[in-house]
Design a binder for this molecule. Structure first.
Ligand code: NAD
Length: 362
């Protein structure tokens, strides 16, 4: 091929990649409202929202006005939305029971999908999503925003560069004061089954996979609901995991915290390495303890994109032919399986082998 043709091809591909992608959003307020703000404020040169679906007409009206959408671009039914709007991709940020039907409908209609955590509300629903993503060959990724924080990324560097030698175990602590009904943003989180696990611990189990660098082999533990809890199901639990790289993890989850809190973005993680231990909690501070020495305290370096912004950028790059998202659905189901295993061990007190939950997936 001569140079002119190669140049033209390159320019065409570049132009094609730079083209603004169209987005159908399912969900318009709550976390979905946050997504819309991000897409329009931080990604307006790469993404344009061309359709919106929400079950609440007032949400549709308000967001429709903000986004300049006509009546033919607003829907109360996701099925109708995916039939009528052919966007470059679809975003789903509704409560968990509505993820699976909307994601599957969007994939079947030919749209790649980016979806909020947890994958779904049941293992069957989540597996159906994985299977449709595999069948259609379309990208599907799940939000795990907490991985993309400066202090977490620094821990990965400490581990991978072997700065403190080998890692033996990790303690993770989440504790929020949600003793008042409704304190956790929405009433449904207090009423749903195993809200701690599905809405909260899914982040922390995923984080323990991320920080350990392994996948869970065996999970065991307990969950309970204190008499003074504002939840219908266990607000609290202690779970142990043995990972397939030999690292052990221990997780404390508490949505009825009344003393020391480690709530969202301030969860406490302590990693025990061969030559010292590392602690992180809120902010960007990393503390390294070595016996006989003063603690080494420093700010983790900046990262290009944090939280959702990282995931949005990574997903758009994937659509342009870049690497698949680290939290693509095929990988993230390994974090979601831990929620199901923790729920079952809470109910029957038996240790769970995670392979048993995923053996029927390709
Ligand atoms: N990644 C995070 O840090 C984080 C934080 C909070 C919530 N979330 C996740 O975001 C999702 C939404 O949580 P939320 O608190 O924003 O919920 P929410 O109850 O506020 O619902 C979000 C929006 O979805 C709409 N909606 C509900 N059912 C719908 C349906 N069937 N079709 C279309 N729209 C529908 C609601 O009207 C609302 O506008 C959940 O999966 C939750 O786990 C993630």
């Amino acid at each position: 091929m001569d140079i002119d043709i190669l140049d033209t091809l390159y320019l065409f591909q570049k132009e094609h990649q730079m083209a603004v992608k169209t987005l159908l959003m399912i969900g318009g307020s709550g976390m979905a409202g946050g997504w819309i703000k991000r897409w329009t404020e931080s990604f307006s040169d790469r993404v344009q929202i061309v359709g919106l679906c929400d079950v609440l007409p007032e949400v549709l009206e308000n967001q429709g006005q903000t986004l300049g959408l006509g009546q033919d671009q607003l829907f109360t039914d996701f099925q109708e939305a995916v039939e009528k709007i052919r966007a470059d991709f679809c975003g789903v940020a509704t409560p968990p029971p509505f993820h699976s039907p909307a994601v599957i409908a969007a994939l079947e209609a030919g749209m790649p999908v980016i979806c909020e955590k947890p994958i779904g509300d049941t293992l069957e629903a989540a597996k159906a999503m994985v299977q449709v993503s595999q069948k259609t060959g379309l990208p599907c990724t799940i939000i795990q925003n907490y991985r993309y924080a400066r202090n977490k990324q620094e821990i990965i560097r400490i581990r991978d560069e072997g700065r403190l030698g080998r890692l033996q175990h990790i303690m993770g602590r989440y504790a929020c004061d949600y003793r008042e009904y409704g304190a956790w943003g929405k009433n449904w989180r207090h009423d749903m089954e195993f809200g701690l696990l599905f809405e909260g611990s899914v982040h922390h189990f995923d984080m323990l996979r991320f920080l350990s660098g392994g996948d869970c082999e065996t999970l065991t533990g307990f969950g309970w609901n204190p008499e003074w809890s504002s939840f219908k199901h266990p607000s609290s639990g202690l779970y142990l995991m043995r990972m397939d790289n030999g690292v052990h993890t221990c997780y404390e989850g508490n949505s009825s915290a009344a003393g020391i809190t480690n709530c969202w973005h301030r969860e406490h993680y302590r990693l025990e390495f061969e030559a010292g231990c590392v602690e992180i909690a809120g902010g960007n501070t990393v503390t390294i303890h070595r016996i006989g020495q003063d603690p080494e305290v420093y700010e983790a370096p900046e990262i290009p994109y944090e939280g959702h912004d990282h995931l949005f950028d990574e997903f758009l790059n994937w659509l342009d032919g870049g690497a698949p998202s680290d939290t693509r659905i095929e990988d993230n189901i390994k974090s979601f399986a831990l929620v199901i295993a923790a729920m079952e061990t809470t109910l029957d007190g038996q240790p769970k082998q995670i392979a048993d939950y995923l053996s029927d997936l390709a």
